[in-house]
Design a protein around this ligand. Structure first.
Ligand code: FAD
Length: 304
């Protein structure tokens, strides 16, 4: 077993990165683990919504600035995924290669975009089906695409795609959008975006590559629409499989936390997109990170 940390943070999206920074600022001995890319969900978003650091234009900039600040502060950034927890004698985190012991643990493993669940969706992934407007948008230059969803991400990404595509069909099954009004207005008033309310995509067409979708609304039989790209932004699913049921989850799969962000196991906390009740924005992830480190410091001081 390797050395004991004051706090181990699992996941280096914006919640985990910010948490590590706060922990270091408070003099804690910290380990930060990441299994994929430092920055998490936001690294593919080139057009961040207002309210964040004005000097930075995109998520990748924001993440890389924070990662280099953390290494300047001496943090050991570890490329290793958490695979389980051993809780019989204190808190022990298992990774693929080692066991790490900690006085406190912060779960910041975030979430990933849901698929719509259509039959050919997986088979056509990378062949017209995408979930990253900023990365894949240029591939659909002057072509028609379909965006599904009624929330902030769908509105934001429809607008991004309209910068490249000849037409964006924005499809939402509800009668009203749930996106923030400024984002919804920006997308709705874009001359290349056509909104289809109370409409569902019922199937994807195409053998080797996407060639269209089948749409259904209350008044029509399914009708096909030609398009080359398909982007579903229909919510997130939390990254909790590695917890193997050891912490209580909500029916939606979010880690349940108390007022002070503590989970059902004392000394283990959850912040950001992985937790139930998360506000959804980077500013909320930052606020969670600050709050949780205040709580960890309070608890560790009490225990000493
Ligand atoms: C399309 C889109 C656009 C958005 N645009 C904006 C915007 O403009 N402004 C804004 O404020 N918010 C925006 N958001 C919301 C914002 O991205 C999230 O609030 C924020 O990124 C959540 O950060 P997080 O750290 O909680 O989770 P995540 O970003 O999901 O990070 C979790 C990290 O944990 C890692 N991880 C997962 N499992 C393990 C494991 N077992 N071991 C180790 N590491 C693990 C993942 O690889 C990931 O790096 C957007 C979201 C989406 C989907």
């Amino acid at each position: 077993m390797s050395e004991k940390y004051d706090v181990i943070i699992v996941g280096s999206g914006m919640a985990g990165l910010c948490c590590a920074k706060e922990a270091l600022a408070n003099g804690l001995k910290v380990a930060l683990l990441e299994e994929q890319m430092f920055g998490g969900l936001i690294i593919n978003v080139n057009h961040l919504m207002p309210g964040l650091d004005a000097a930075l234009t995109g998520g990748a900039d924001l993440a890389s600035t924070w990662v280099s600040e953390l290494s300047d502060l001496g943090l050991d950034l570890t490329y290793d995924g958490a695979v389980g927890l051993e809780l019989s004698e204190g808190i022990v985190l298992q990774t693929a290669t080692e066991s790490l012991r900690a006085r406190a643990l912060v779960v910041a493993t975030g979430a990933r975009l849901k698929r719509l669940g259509l039959e050919r969706e997986e088979a056509l992934a990378g062949k017209g089906v995408s979930q990253c407007a900023d990365c894949d948008g240029p591939m659909f230059f002057d072509q028609e695409v379909v965006v599904v969803g009624g929330g902030d991400s769908a509105a934001q990404e429809a607008w991004v795609l309209a910068q490249f595509c000849s037409k964006v069909h924005w499809v939402h099954r509800g009668a009203e959008l749930s996106a923030r009004s400024d984002l919804a207005q920006a997308a709705r008033h874009h001359d290349k975006i056509e909104l289809h309310l109370q409409t569902e995509v019922v199937s994807l067409l195409g053998d080797d590559f996407l060639t269209g979708v089948e749409l259904k609304n209350s008044s029509l039989q399914p009708q096909s629409l030609k398009c080359q790209g398909f982007f579903a932004f229909v919510g997130l699913t939390t990254n909790v499989d590695w917890l193997s049921g050891q912490l209580s989850l909500s029916a939606k799969g979010g880690v349940l936390v108390s007022e002070n962000l503590e989970t059902s196991y004392p000394g283990i906390y959850a912040i950001g997109a992985v937790r139930e009740g998360f506000g959804g924005l980077l500013t909320h992830a930052q606020a969670d990170a600050k709050r949780v480190i205040q709580e960890v410091v309070r608890k560790l001081t009490e225990d000493d």
